[in-house]
Design a protein around this ligand. Structure first.
Ligand SMILES: Cc1cc2nc3c(=O)[nH]c(=O)nc-3n(C[C@H](O)[C@H](O)[C@H](O)COP(=O)(O)O)c2cc1C
Ligand code: SF4
Ligand code: SF4
Length: 378
């Protein structure tokens, strides 16, 4: 059987994610026991939300009185310790969804558990009591505070996820860029009704690992999110074992057959920035030209990035293809005799070809984002 890393090439918190399906937090419902019952079918899980200081614990109590499900306790660290311990032996990468009223409250939790878990900031909750306590969606309207929290967590050198609701911040793209620059690792986005256009928009705004969420309960919806930039999908309300098992099986089958499970659509078919890996040389009037202009990349820079990125890889070859190298060749789903003949001659399977394109896309993303100038958020 193929090793999980080879199949999805996905790491979170330095651990292999065995399938790009996650459980999203639901306060009062998703705890470690809930995850254990579903552990065979998910690669990651965010338990909680857990309130972690006086004001947010008080907000939880108020919300519970108003009839909402909440986890209630007096000692957050003791409760979290118990939950983390339950999942210690599991192969599910664990995150804890947290609501705190100050950066220091988050830092204290990170100090207690270090790199054992991913720390997810709940910038999603819209219950008035939580907003009053200065967390949840409040943070999307006050990004400076969100940045402070991210930095407080990162100063403990831990993996940070930010859970957001799309359409609340002044501009979701700016928010993605800001949280990335502040040091966050993961953007977990409840897409609401925005669909794949929002996924693409966020993918194009930062290199953060992207988890797409909201009613992504079928293989088709998961693939739609993947092909526009999502790295994982997460499920809340429909995170029953049957739905999760079906999704996991279908996505795994797809990856085993096709290679790059979250390959983008080609640029001219609405693909995100990673689709540059499938684009030709910039020699004709097509959507590549305005896309390069939007990114701020000259045609020469684009040529150089791809040429350098494929050096020494199987994509460097391909004399009988349109542009003399597989670097410029289309997605495997676009039929092409010349590319396929080249692949056959090289003994490269379609799966391996797509894997090489995946690595090329990662190098392109690295060039476009990580080599940007340093921290802008100070
Ligand atoms: C009962 C309930 C409680 C939730 N609690 C939280 C929470 O504590 N923190 C959080 O970030 N999201 C919370 N969410 C949001 C979910 O994680 C998810 O974003 C949302 O339900 C949409 O995804 P779905 O369609 O897969 O359910 C909650 C959702 C529900 C239904
Ligand atoms: S370069 Fe090719 S793949 Fe890219 S947008 Fe133009 S026609 Fe489409
Ligand atoms: S050889 Fe085929 S796959 Fe390669 S760029 Fe030309 S049409 Fe596309």
């Amino acid at each position: 059987m193929m090793e999980a890393y080879d199949r999805f090439e996905l790491l979170v918190n330095d651990r292999v994610v065995k399938t790009p399906v996650a459980i999203a937090s639901m306060a009062g419902i998703v705890d470690a026991a809930y995850v254990l019952e579903r552990a065979a079918h998910v690669g990651a899980a965010f338990i909680g939300g857990y309130s972690i200081d006086g004001p947010t614990l008080e907000a939880s109590r108020q919300m519970a009185q108003e009839g909402r499900k909440e986890f209630l306790y007096d000692d957050p660290l003791e409760t979290l310790e118990r939950e983390i311990d339950v999942l210690k032996q599991s192969d599910v990468v664990m995150g804890i969804n947290l609501r705190g009223s100050t950066p220091a409250a988050y830092a204290e939790v990170a100090g207690a558990f270090g790199d054992r878990v991913v720390y997810e900031i709940d910038a999603h909750c819209r219950q008035p009591a939580m907003l009053e306590a200065g967390c949840g969606e409040y943070l999307l309207e006050h990004p400076a505070k969100l940045v402070e929290i991210i930095r407080a967590l990162k100063s403990a050198d831990v993996t940070v996820s930010v859970k957001i609701r799309a359409g609340v911040a002044a501009d979701d793209r700016d928010l993605a860029h800001t949280v990335w620059k502040a040091g966050a690792d993961i953007l977990h986005v409840d897409l609401m009704d925005y669909g794949h256009n929002k996924v693409r928009q966020l993918r194009n705004a930062s290199p953060l690992m992207l988890i797409a969420n909201n009613s992504i309960n079928t293989f088709d919806r998961a693939m739609d999110a993947f092909s526009h930039g999502a790295d994982l999908v997460s499920l809340g309300r429909k995170s029953d074992p049957w739905t999760l098992a079906g999704l996991d099986a279908a996505i795994t089958r797809f990856a085993d057959e096709g290679g790059w499970y979250n390959a983008p659509k080609q640029l001219c078919r609405g693909g995100d920035v990673r689709a540059l890996a499938f684009c030709c040389m910039p020699v004709k009037a097509c959507p590549l030209i305005p896309a390069l202009e939007k990114i701020g990349l000259s045609r020469n820079e684009y040529l150089k990035i791809k040429q350098e990125a494929v050096k020494g890889t199987p994509l460097d070859d391909g004399k009988s293809t349109c542009f003399g190298s597989l670097a410029w060749c289309c997605k495997i789903s676009s039929p092409c005799m010349f590319r396929n003949m080249t692949l056959e001659k090289k003994g490269l399977s379609t799966r391996e070809y797509m894997q090489c394109k995946h690595h090329l896309a990662e190098k392109i993303m690295h060039k476009l984002f990580d080599e940007e100038t340093g921290d802008e958020s100070s």
